[in-house]
Design a protein around this ligand. Structure first.
Ligand SMILES: [Zn+2]
Length: 418
């Protein structure tokens, strides 16, 4: 049994032990541990990522929690590097300030603030901003960019210190970090400690409904401990005297929701979007384990089809590559047994290029090499960027190369059908 992780025996949101395995998956190595060379330390651990459902509050979650220091060391993701994310976060900041009439110079806090991109959006709206992020390196980058950031995990103790030093905050944000936290109860308690009585809590999480409906296997990684539904979030938030007042869906990570909450009977009206989406979840049985289990059935079908396709390509001696050394790629490669089929992966990320993937030791080479190498087929592993990858590589398609996207269904993309 690997060290450096533990298996929870109770629900992350309600602490019930009435949990049931919903989606069994293969163990995967940590997705961001790229190796300098093929012969360097190969002794990485594989961690379970099975998905469970709590039968008391319906929360869908991973129970195997990798040691946070290991999981987040050398974390390579930066919001500021992705133009669409920058635009999205700045748009959210602008709309939140307008919709909830946040007065200038109000204190806005972001928990899991990454490189400060969201807070820069609030700063543009003339707010005072403070970031909290456990990654020392990223926090330093944010501080260097002028976004004051505390390089720690938010704990109750820290929340009290922050209030002593900065006062209560009008807007607390937690974007995606809300799905990354194991100690959700402490995190949410700390968030409410930071929040002024008339304040709001704004969060973004990848959305269970999209994950199940679109078979978003790529979002299943060790970092995503929770796959939230509004049904379970509503029950959870109520324990902290919070109520949802607004929710909207977007297409980030294949499908996410931005939610806004306030203290119960706070100053804002409850928007009808909350009721509409909760009703949708109920009608479509997202509070029933059979619904969550349907994900595995779809995966099995795709796996069988993929096996047939690969068998054919191998017989025809086709060269197969991958595109995008994304975090999600490891889950796809492992679950679909692509590790020994893919010869190399195209990606330009400075912390990954010319290195080897964890687990399967596939070499990452720069994307510009695609025209030189001309693999017959290239699996799109960075599935969230599929459209961009295809549009950036018209020349490859024109010269006869083909892309394969796997989910929600297997699709071969050629110059004829783009
Ligand atoms: Zn629960």
């Amino acid at each position: 049994m690997p060290k450096n992780f533990y298996h929870r025996t109770n629900c992350r949101l309600c602490e019930s032990t009435n949990l049931e395995l919903a989606i069994p998956l293969k163990k995967i190595p940590l997705t961001e541990k790229y190796l300098e060379n093929k012969n360097s330390n190969k002794d990485f651990e594989f961690f379970p990522i099975d998905i469970y459902m709590c039968k008391s509050c319906y929360h869908v979650q991973i129970l195997d929690v990798v040691d946070q220091d290991i999981l987040w060391a050398n974390y390579t993701f930066r919001s500021g590097l992705v133009k669409t994310i920058v635009a999205h976060l700045h748009d959210v900041a602008q709309r939140v300030c307008k919709k909830y009439k946040i007065s200038e110079k109000s204190l806005v806090i972001d928990v899991g603030s990454n490189d400060g991109t969201l807070l820069q959006g609030y700063k543009n709206q003339k707010m005072q901003v403070l970031g909290i992020d456990p990654s020392k390196e990223i926090a330093k980058e944010a501080n260097d960019l002028g976004i004051k950031t505390i390089d720690k995990f938010l704990t109750e103790e820290l929340s009290k210190k922050v209030v002593d030093e900065y006062g209560k905050s009008k807007v607390i944000n937690c974007f995606n970090a809300f799905a990354h936290a194991d100690k959700m109860i402490e995190l949410t308690k700390s968030i409410t400690n930071l929040m002024s009585k008339d304040g709001i809590f704004v969060f973004e999480v990848s959305y269970l409904v999209d994950i199940i409906e679109k078979t978003l296997l790529g979002t299943v990684i060790h970092e995503h401990l929770s796959h939230h539904s509004l049904i379970s979030l509503e029950i959870f938030l109520k324990k902290f005297n919070l109520e949802l007042i607004y929710v909207e869906r977007n297409s980030f990570q294949g499908g996410s929701i931005v939610g806004v909450a306030q203290f119960i009977n706070g100053p804002n009206n409850i928007d009808k979007s909350v009721k509409t989406l909760i009703e949708y979840e109920r009608e479509n049985k997202f509070d029933q384990i059979e619904k969550i289990k349907s994900f595995s059935k779809k995966l099995n079908i795709i796996n069988e089809q993929l096996k047939e396709l690969i068998k054919k390509l191998v017989l025809e001696k086709k060269e197969i590559a991958g595109y995008g050394a994304a975090r999600s790629g490891t889950t796809l490669v492992t679950e679909f047994n692509l590790g020994d089929k893919i010869k190399y992966i195209f990606d330009d990320h400075f912390q990954k290029v010319n290195k080897y993937t964890p687990g399967d030791l596939i070499q990452v080479i720069p994307t510009k090499k695609i025209l030189e190498k001309m693999p017959d087929y290239t699996f799109i592993l960075a599935w969230v960027h599929a459209e961009k990858i295809i549009s950036d590589n018209h020349e490859y398609l024109k010269k006869g190369g083909k892309f394969i996207s796997i989910l929600p269904e297997i699709k071969i993309i050629t110059k004829e059908n783009t």
